[in-house]
Design a protein around this ligand. Structure first.
Ligand code: FES
Length: 153
């Protein structure tokens, strides 16, 4: 872990009475900097916060917002839960798979696009929707998907 990242982690940890309370913000920081949370990062974070690495791993693997492997430059996380499903989410997911020739959980060979299928993101009012990297987008149309893919090729 480089010195700058360690310094930023220490700054976050300093905001909390108990080091372990900083786990989520530290995970977000490491993912922002590295793109994903590797097993090595899990170990380092556990050591810094005094938390067993198995607990760090449980948190990383529980929340779909944390990635255990690198994702593409454009990461489509498409909601498949009821509101989105009823309003065409499956069609959106199917179109992305077809356009990019990947399955859910995969990244294109050029590293530009990843697709994840996720549960409700709490934005049912814009169904069908997805999270594109950190930004919510919806209600989605097939044309929106084509435009986003073409813009990011
Ligand atoms: S069901 Fe898709 S955001 Fe809630």
């Amino acid at each position: 872990m480089d010195a700058n990242l360690r310094q930023e982690i220490d700054k976050i940890v300093g905001l909390y009475e108990e080091k372990k309370a900083a786990l989520l913000p530290v995970l977000h920081l490491v993912q922002d900097k590295k793109g994903f949370i590797s097993p090595e990062s899990e170990q380092q974070i556990g050591d810094i916060l005094g938390v067993p690495v198995v607990h760090v791993h449980e948190v990383v693997s529980f929340y779909h917002l944390f990635h255990q492997a690198p994702k593409g430059k454009c990461h489509f996380s498409v909601c498949q839960t009821t509101s989105c499903a009823l309003l065409g989410g499956e069609r959106i997911i199917g179109h992305i798979k077809k356009r990019l020739n990947i399955k859910a959980g995969e990244t294109t060979p050029d590293g530009k696009f990843s697709l994840s299928v996720v549960e409700c993101l709490g934005a049912c009012e814009i169904a069908p929707m997805m999270q594109l990297n950190k930004e919510y987008k919806g209600p989605l149309t097939i044309e929106d998907i084509d435009r986003l893919i073409d813009q990011n090729k």
